[in-house]
Design a binder for this molecule. Sequence first.
Ligand SMILES: Nc1nc2c(c(=O)[nH]1)N[C@H]1C(S)=C(S)[C@@H](COP(=O)(O)OP(=O)(O)OC[C@H]3O[C@@H](n4cnc5c(=O)[nH]c(N)nc54)[C@H](O)[C@@H]3O)O[C@H]1N2
Ligand SMILES: Nc1nc2c(c(=O)[nH]1)N[C@H]1C(S)=C(S)[C@@H](COP(=O)(O)OP(=O)(O)OC[C@H]3O[C@@H](n4cnc5c(=O)[nH]c(N)nc54)[C@H](O)[C@@H]3O)O[C@H]1N2
Ligand code: SF4
Ligand SMILES: [Mo]
Length: 729
Amino acid sequence: MTHHRTCTLCEAICGLAIEVEGERVTSIRGDVDDPFSRGHICPKGVALQDIHADPDRLREPVRRTADGWQRVSWNEALDDTARRLRDVQREHGRDAVAVYQGNPTVHNYGTLLFAPGFIRALGTRNRYSATSVDQLPHQLAAYLMLGHQLVVPVPDIDRTHFLLALGANPAVSNGSMMSAPDAAGRIKAIRARGGTVVVVDPRRTETAAIASRHLFIRPGTDALLLMALLHTVFADGLAEVGRLAEHADGIDAVRALADGFAPEAVAPLTGIAAEEIRGLAREFAAAPSAVAYGRFGVSTQAFGALCQWLINVQNLVTGNLDRPGGAMFTTPAVDVVRHTGRGSLGRRRTRGRELPEFGGEMPVATLADEMLSPGAGQVRALVTSAGNPVLSTPNGARLDAALAGLDFMVSVDFYVNETTRHAHYILPPTGPLEHAHYDLVFHALAVRNTARYSPPVFPAAPGALHDWEIFLGLQERLQSGLKARLRNAVLRWLGPDGLLDLALRMGPHGRGFRPFGRGLTLRRLKRHPHGIDIGPLEPRLPERLMTEDRRIHAAPPVLAADVERLRALLADGPSARADGLDLLLIGRRQLRGNNSWMHNYERLMRGRDRCTLMLHADDAAARGIAPGAQVRIRSRTGTVEVPSEVTDALMPGVVSLPHGWGHARPGVRLSVAARHPGASVNDLTDELLVDPVSGNAALNAVPVSVEAVASVDGLAGAGTLSTERTSTV
Ligand SMILES: Nc1nc2c(c(=O)[nH]1)N[C@H]1C(S)=C(S)[C@@H](COP(=O)(O)OP(=O)(O)OC[C@H]3O[C@@H](n4cnc5c(=O)[nH]c(N)nc54)[C@H](O)[C@@H]3O)O[C@H]1N2
Ligand SMILES: Nc1nc2c(c(=O)[nH]1)N[C@H]1C(S)=C(S)[C@@H](COP(=O)(O)OP(=O)(O)OC[C@H]3O[C@@H](n4cnc5c(=O)[nH]c(N)nc54)[C@H](O)[C@@H]3O)O[C@H]1N2
Ligand code: SF4
Ligand SMILES: [Mo]
C-alpha cells in the first residue's frame, strides 16, 4: 500500500510516496504528483524508514537510576515530572526551570500547537531554543523593519533573474528560510533562463559549483560587503525603490549610514576586490529582477542582525522587495503570522552579559551561565524537547558539565543522546511516521504557496503518546483551576487536527465557518493526498505590514546604532591576537546528516568518515599537515582532534568543521553513531562570541589554531595537553 506524506526532516517539505507492507516500509520515493516538490527526495527522506525501525529509538518513558535506565509507565513519568518541576519552582522561583526547544519542534504541528500551553503553565521566563543559534537575525530584522517576526521575505527564486546568495548552501540544505525542494534544480533553472547566480562564501560550496560566480569572503565581514553594495547603489544613482517608496521611511538615513563604506575601504577586510563589489552592485541593480538572500553563514556571526537588515535594504532600495523575482511574502493556507506574537526585543536582559530577550526567548549562548552563576534566578531544572544543545550550542562541553549539576531534568525525545543522557526522565513521543503532519511553519516560508496534509503511515503503538499529548499531559498536571481544566479538556477534544481545521478555515484561503462555500477546510484538504497548489508568491505590501504606523522602517534605530560597531571594525581591522589562534573556523552542513542527529542509520553512514577538518593546501603545508593526517584544533574554549581534508575549496586562513558530531560521550545510546563519533565543533565555538544586538551565537569566524597531531612518540612528551579537554575521533 502506498502512503503519501510530507517529509518532516528539513525545510524543503518534499512530498514522499511510502510503500508499506504490514509493519514494514518497503520503499520511499519522491512523490511525483506533489505540486511543490515534484518528485524530489534526498537521502535523509529515504532514511525515515530507518528512524521508524531503529532499535535504539525509545518507545516507552524511562527514568535514570543508579543501575541505568528503567522503564516506567506514562502516568508515573508524567506525574513525577510535573511534581518535581513544581517542587523546584516552589523552592527557587518560577524562573528556576528553563525550557529548551530544538529544531524538530518547528517540523511538528502537535508540538507547535501544544508546547506553548505547557510553557505558559510553567510560567518561566527562562525560555530558550535553537532560534538563537540559527535564524534569530532574520526574525529580528523582519520585526524591526516590517513589524512582525514572521513577516520574513522569501527569495522568489523560481522567477528571479539574479540571485545573490550569502552564507547559504541550498544545494545541500535544500533551502532555509526559503523552502525550496530541489533547490539545486531551481538554481540551475535561473541560469538556464539567462539569469545570474552569485555565491558569497568562504568555501567553494556545492552551491558555488552550480553558480555563475563564486566570491570568497573573509568570515564575519559580510556586513561590510553589504554596506559597500549599498554605497555603490547610492553613489551611482541606482537606487529605485519604486512602488514601495511612498510606504518606506529611512531610505535617506540608510544612504547616510552607507557613507564611508566605499568598496575600496572594505576590500582589504572582506578579501573581495573593489571593482568586483562595484560590478556586483551594478549588475544587481540592472537586472530585471534580483534578490539578495543570506542564511546561516551570515546569521550566526558577530554582525548577524546587521547582515539580515542590510540584505532586506538591498532588496528594498533596488525595487526588489515584494515584486516577482525579488524577495516576496507568502500567503499560506494557515496564516502563522496571525497566530504568533509580533515579537519583542530587550524586554529583559540576561543576568550576566546583559544580552537581550527576543520574542520571549533568551539567547541559548547564556544557558550554561544561568545554570552555573549562583543567585536569584539561577536555573536549577531543565526541560528539553526535540533538541541536543550539548552538540548544537556554543561551548557545548560547558553546558554538558552544567547539565550534570541540575536538580532535575526531563527530555521529550526518542533518543538517549549527548543531552538527554543527563535527564532524570526521557519521555519519547511517537516517531515521524506515526503521527499526522501539517507544516505550519515551512508553508509560510516557501517559494510557492501550497498546502498538504499527511495522515500517519503507521498507527501509534498502543499506549504510545504523541508530542502534543505529552505536553498537554504535563500541562494538565500543572494546572488545577476549574477554568484551566475546562480549557484543557476542550484542547484535548480538539487535538492538533481540530485546531488545524480552525486555522485553515480562518486562513486567507479558508471557508470560514459558513456551512457551505468553496474555501479550505481540513476535510477538503484531506481529499488531496498530494497536496494542493495555491500558486506563486504575490505582492503583499503594504497590506501585510504590521508596524504600528503601517510603514516600512528602512533604518530601525537599534540597527542603525550598531553600524558604529561595524565602523570600528573597518577602522581597526580584525583584532590582533596574542594567543596564536591564527585561523578562522566555519561550519559545514552535510547532505546525509540532520544537525546532530540521523547519524544512527547505516544507510546514511556508509563511506568514509565525514567529520573532517577542511583546510587550504597552503595552510596545511605551513603546518606540516599531510592530507588525511590527524590534526588538533584549539580555540579559547577547547581542543578537538579529527582527520584533515586538504583542499583548495577554502579561502586560505579559513578552516571548516561540520557540526552535530561528537557522539563518543559516555551513556549515549546510539549504536551506529558510536562507530563514527567524530568530534563536536561546538566544543570549539565560544559562548562569548555573539551578535550583541540579537543575542544570536556567532558560530562562524571562531579563532582557532591547528597543528598536526604528533606521532605516538611525540605525544608522550606533550604534557601540556593532559590538562585540556580533548575529544578524539
Ligand atoms: N557550530 C554549529 N552549531 C550549530 C549549527 C551549525 O551549523 N554549526 N546549526 C544550528 C542549527 S541551524 C540548528 S537548527 C541547531 C539544531 O540543534 P538542536 O535543535 O538542539 O538539535 P537537533 O540536532 O536538531 O536535535 C534534534 C533532536 O530532536 C529529536 N527529535 C526528532 N524528531 C522529534 C520529534 O518529532 N519530537 C521530539 N520530541 N524529538 C524529536 C532527535 O531525536 C534529536 O535528539 O543546531 C545549531 N548548532
Ligand atoms: N542535509 C542537511 N540539510 C539541512 C540541515 C542539515 O543538517 N543537513 N539542516 C537544516 C537546518 S536546521 C538549517 S538552519 C539549514 C541551513 O541552511 P544553509 O544556511 O543553506 O546551510 P549551511 O550549510 O549552514 O550554509 C551556511 C554557509 O555559510 C558559509 N559561511 C560560514 N561563515 C560565513 C561567513 O562569515 N560569511 C559567509 N558569506 N558565509 C559563511 C558556510 O561555508 C556555508 O556554506 O539547513 C537545513 N537543511
Ligand atoms: S530535502 Fe528535506 S524534506 Fe526533502 S526529502 Fe530530504 S530531508 Fe526530506
Ligand atoms: Mo537550523
